[in-house]
Design a protein around this ligand. Sequence first.
Ligand SMILES: *[C@@H]1O[C@H](CO)[C@@H](O)[C@H](O)[C@H]1NC(C)=O
Length: 121
Amino acid sequence: SCFWVAVLGGNVVGIVAARGNEEDNTMELRRMSVDSNFRGKGIAKALGRKVLEFAMLNNYSSIVLGTTAVKMAAHKLYESLGFKHVGVIEHYTLPGMTHSILERMFFQLRYHRYRLQLREE
Ligand SMILES: *[C@@H]1O[C@H](CO)[C@@H](O)[C@H](O)[C@H]1NC(C)=O
């Protein structure tokens, strides 16, 4: 696994992690996050490109990610990096969540899966 931080003016303003799965030669992009005060500056895109570059240098055949983001900007970002939306899981629940009616009303999460094919196997 690898972890990168984006530093601006001496402060960490963004993070991203990647975990390789040797079995299917896939890298998973995880925990992409940018400080809300520094959004819209291309920081997330730069972090995403870092993961792409790392995956290519290490001969991974594809990169996958899952997100529960509801904001269009997050989805546009992944698409701009070359990811294709490959599926959605409705009512995805986070660890520890129960299924009370209230929780289902307030946490109707959709878990979107994305994949970026780097090369054919
Ligand atoms: C990736 O593949 C290329 C071409 O087959 C090879 O030269 C290179 O050593 C590989 N890199 C890694 C990190 O395995």
